[in-house]
Design a protein around this ligand. Structure first.
Ligand code: PEP
Ligand code: MG
Length: 326
């Protein structure tokens, strides 16, 4: 089996009926790029930059961030690097950033884009570092956890302001750097078309989308058994995101854990997903399932599964979908 997966490494990622699929990687530190290259991924679909801020006493400044992002994009040798802006708060904390008193409900509090927009002293150096890194290779900027268009417009305004500042200082950046957003809150999934029409790409973050749709804390073991990627409400929101983005003619990826679980690969292909971003150690298995699947033939079964109200029936339908895979 290991050999079979290794043999797939240099083959293109296409389904058995010829649909091309982009299979990118999720990373936490720029040093993970070695693993991305080793598995033969199509670039990085999610670089969780908050890990550069965690486990330390001071915030990395613009220069330190620029150096890390530039190193990552250079080491990718022409493949795209999707840099997600800070997603601190919730379960990801940095000793270098004082979020004040413990929030009553951190997952619903000042985290991700909300924190960045509240603290321009934190956000602006990161935007500048990402823009400057884009002079060295294909960089894409991705905003986490948007819920309202005003947050997007605020962030886009800050980016435009820093472009102007870099122009004035004679510093280089890619003026065409794509800007995208994560869809990880039901409100954003329901408004996917409106978000997409102001952006270059979307990426579905199922870890948070499931948490917020089902009101299940993703870190709380007491409710772990209720955390269900196959819940019809979750699958409906994924479909709505794909449909909304398609109307705006904007590509959609998925970078939550669901994308990296080979048990869901066929279901997601059937729902129309063609861009996956997965941890490097999941790459080969997901790629194998893609090559063993007829995307067109999966459509109907995926839709039927999505509408089944009983959990046990959905699980059976998933098994039927995956039949023939080993
Ligand atoms: C997600 O929410 O699915 C996601 C990819 O972001 P994170 O896991 O970093 O919150
Ligand atoms: Mg998330």
């Amino acid at each position: 089996r290991g050999e079979r997966l290794a043999a797939l490494r240099d083959r293109p990622t296409v389904t058995a009926d010829g649909a091309a699929v982009s299979l990118q990687a999720n990373i936490e530190l720029d040093s993970d790029i070695a693993a991305v290259r080793q598995v033969g991924a199509d670039g990085v679909g999610l670089y969780r930059t908050e890990f550069l801020f965690m486990g330390r006493a001071s915030v990395p400044d613009e220069t330190e961030q620029y150096t890390a992002y530039r190193r990552a994009v250079r080491n990718l040798r022409g493949q795209p690097l999707t840099i997600r802006t800070l997603d601190l708060g919730g379960d990801k904390l940095s000793g270098a950033i004082d979020l004040g008193e413990q929030a009553p409900n951190p997952a619903m509090g000042l985290r991700a884009i909300r924190l960045s927009l509240r603290e321009p002293g934190l956000f602006v150096p990161q935007l500048r570092a990402i823009l400057r890194a884009s002079a060295h290779g294909p960089v894409r900027l991705m905003l986490p956890m948007l819920t309202d268009l005003s947050e997007l417009d605020h962030a886009l305004g800050l980016i435009a302001g820093q472009r102007a500042a870099l122009d004035a200082a004679g510093q280089r950046y890619d003026p065409a750097m794509p800007i995208g957003a994560m869809i990880e809150v039901p409100a954003a999934a329901l408004m996917a078309e409106a978000f997409a029409s102001r952006l270059d790409f979307l990426s579905i973050g199922t870890n948070d989308l499931i948490q917020y749709t089902l009101a299940i804390d993703r870190t709380d073991d007491a409710v772990n058994d209720l955390y269900d990627p196959l819940h019809p409400a979750v699958l409906r929101l994924i479909q709505l995101t794909l449909e909304g983005a398609a109307r705006a003619r904007v590509p959609v990826a998925m970078c939550g854990e669901m994308a990296g679980d080979p048990a869901y690969t066929r279901l997601l292909l059937g729902l129309g997903l063609r861009e996956f971003s997965v941890p490097p150690n999941r790459h080969a298995e997901v790629k194998y399932v893609i090559t063993q699947s007829h995307a067109g033939a999966l459509e109907k079964a995926a839709r039927t599964l999505s509408g089944l109200p009983e959990r046990s029936a959905r699980q059976q339908a998933l098994q039927a979908l995956n039949r023939g895979l080993q």
